[in-house]
Design a protein around this ligand. Sequence first.
Ligand SMILES: NC(=O)c1ccc[n+]([C@@H]2O[C@H](COP(=O)([O-])OP(=O)(O)OC[C@H]3O[C@@H](n4cnc5c(N)ncnc54)[C@H](OP(=O)(O)O)[C@@H]3O)[C@@H](O)[C@H]2O)c1
Length: 299
Amino acid sequence: MTQSVESQNWGIIGAGAVGSLLASMLVDAQLIPRFIDARRSAHRRNFVVEKSGRSQRYSIETQTNVEGISVLLVCLKAWQVSTILASLDLPKSLSIVLVHNGMGTYDQLKGLGLEQAIYLTSNTHAARWKSANSLQQTGHGQLWLGHPLTSTAPPWFSSLEFAIENCTWTDDISQKLWLKLAINAVINPLTAINDCDNGQLLSDQYQATINALCVELSKIAIGSGVDLDAKVLQQNVRDICHITALNSSSMREDFSNARRSEIDYINGYFDKAATEMSIDCPINRTLYLSVLERDKNYA
Ligand SMILES: NC(=O)c1ccc[n+]([C@@H]2O[C@H](COP(=O)([O-])OP(=O)(O)OC[C@H]3O[C@@H](n4cnc5c(N)ncnc54)[C@H](OP(=O)(O)O)[C@@H]3O)[C@@H](O)[C@H]2O)c1
């Protein structure tokens, strides 16, 4: 590691399932992350992480602001990102790394006038809390990192690559994000509305809807300049439903835990793009509005 890489100070905002999992990986690599939480006074967050068959205890300092932080991993829900980041005093030199499902926060943050470098990720590392302080890694996935405007990885990337399992720089993060967004736009609302595990979407009763929805999403992506073939999307959806057959999607979990979902940043993102391009996408719209209606109870 070079001197400049070693001198980075890592901050994580959002000490939830993903934030705590990534924090544990940074600690394992001897990087010292700090959680940022302006809602509470400074303290240490203690928790146990079960991964690869063994449990390990972590104790991470939590501070109330981003003072001293040079790279900030944002592990919040998509709908929390712009409000929470806008409420913090962020130095111009800070690198911001968005680690959430869905799309739209980059434009929101730029719209708020943030001048910091904002990096995007497509993350499939998964975890869930077994109890308040006990986290279990439920998926060994991948973290793609990229920047919408530059193909050059920042100097701190080598540290992240070393610390996070399967962490890869891509000079086309947009393509990766759109594919993940489209897969989420199929699996999330359908499993949430039908209250089923991902694998149940493989049954015959859902195929006509899934195939037609994939055609709609592909049209929107292509209209937005992204190469996303409907058949490729259908196959990706099937593959993910097989691999994660017994998993419950995050939107279904939001439904069962009475939490606001990320629909605005998934099907809502597609709906907005479709409207702007006058592309008729009735299935996506119906799913979006149906989940949105339910979300009104959890604003
Ligand atoms: N979980 C997974 O396996 C998984 C996998 C892939 C992608 N994702 C995506 O990753 C993102 C994060 O998911 P998650 O499951 O980690 O969500 P989560 O467990 O709800 O984590 C969000 C965390 O943010 C904290 N938070 C809320 N307001 C805050 C504030 N003002 N300042 C500091 N922290 C604040 C919450 O704390 P409180 O609870 O105390 O409010 C919570 O711990 C989502 O977009 C999700 O879809 C998750």
